[in-house]
Design a protein around this ligand. Sequence first.
Ligand SMILES: Cc1cc2nc3c(=O)[nH]c(=O)nc-3n(C[C@H](O)[C@H](O)[C@H](O)COP(=O)(O)OP(=O)(O)OC[C@H]3O[C@@H](n4cnc5c(N)ncnc54)[C@H](O)[C@@H]3O)c2cc1C
Length: 469
Amino acid sequence: MGDTRLSPARRAADRARLADEVVDVLVVGGGLSGAWVALDAAVRGLAVGLLEAHDWAAGSSGRPAVLLSRAGTPVRTALRERSRLLRTAAPHLVRPVPLVCPRPTPALSDVLARGLPPPRPLSRRAALAAVPALRPGLAAGALRRWDAQVDGARLTLAVVRTAAGYGARVLTRARVTGLLRAGDAVIGAQVADRTDGSALPVRARSVVLAIGADGGGLSGAVPAHPVVQVVLPRSAVDGRDDGLVLPVAGGALTVVPAGERWVVSHPGPDLPALLGALERALVRPVPASAVVAARVDRLPRGDGVSTRAPGLVVLAGGPATARGRAADAVDAATANLPGVPPSRTAHLPLVGAHRWADVRDRAPQLAADAELPLAAVGRLLQRHGDRVADVLDLVRADPRLGRPLSGAPGWLAAEVVHAVTAEGALSLDDVLARRTPLSGADPAEVAALVAGPLGWDAARAAREVASAG
Ligand SMILES: Cc1cc2nc3c(=O)[nH]c(=O)nc-3n(C[C@H](O)[C@H](O)[C@H](O)COP(=O)(O)OP(=O)(O)OC[C@H]3O[C@@H](n4cnc5c(N)ncnc54)[C@H](O)[C@@H]3O)c2cc1C
């Protein structure tokens, strides 16, 4: 694998190449689905372009605490892919999470659980010990199930960076405004480069639309249903390491621990409905004033791949089905190209995972060498895997970058610099929302750190801070 760093220089080089060449597969949409398509095609040795209108995982893939086996995903597929992510693809990013399920519904996953502890019935007392906030009336007959949880933006970024390492040309701030056609066939896309307003026609043998439920003005958007998600401080719900899953009309109320926060999801677009469901589940209601952040996503309904015209494939997939659907999409997109090998992503480690077994237990040594607290290096390992050295090198070159961010003590200043020099962030929002999510980092401090590497003057930095506020 080649260089996986997504720097401003890499973006410029990839843009220049896309203007010149005809790629085999042009992927539109830099969410989890599009990222896997780009990786699948690049690993097969194809020439690939990946275009994203905003930032990697700016759509529904960027939710901070994604559970990998949501109901609705085919169970066997979800469990197999979850196990792949946990063991091979991204063991540093994906974490087992216990979930207390009052009123559990029977699930095939209970019989088939792979790579995680099997489900266990909990006594009333044990359920209340795991989630003291739970209404006692809900505690009898509860089950503890295990799932795997991941920061959706970080997983998507790992897939994009791995694709870039296999030679994919990857651009954010590149909105596809229309498709190029020759008769019925699609032969590329018209792209607006949002960094400078220029137009960029990109020629391709086939185009794959992975634009999620948003659609971005194109007709490949997939049907979707809304889900509201809020972030709460840990103090808002009395709990420990377990999350909570409670069936509600239209789906489930989920309360998932994510560092110093809880991430709560509820079907539908309404915050009051979410707070009402919490009130019915918990002893102490959560006031609206406790909500740190709220968002409504439109999650695709069902997944699949379809060929809409010669040279045009559309796909949708969930976090656990995205890899397999991507392989199907590349098969469909290259059906008329001779000599294309089959998918090779089933056992592929993503960036950060290749030497995970070698580094996972080295936190004490790395902390001593870098003169950083052990806990800080532990967190770096969980976010960067075997690429932790890239962040530590920044600290070695400038020890001031080893300081924690004010307001976000779980993050180092070096990670902010790394976000713009290696993780493709181009704006303050990219860093705050998707490279340091839930951190509470101070926008002005982050802007001061990224201004140099991104070439911002004082006026640009001030504009970014104002729009983040
Ligand atoms: C079967 C299934 C199961 C699921 N299971 C789960 C689960 O277990 N847990 C869970 O949390 N979620 C689940 N989900 C939801 C899932 O996480 C999201 O639906 C998924 O991340 C969507 O990824 P995506 O790449 O298709 O879309 P998105 O993440 O929305 O990405 C689309 C991207 O396309 C870009 N784009 C749009 N238009 C253009 C344009 N014109 N030019 C360039 N770029 C453009 C957007 O900016 C966006 O970044 C599931 C979904 C399905 C379908």
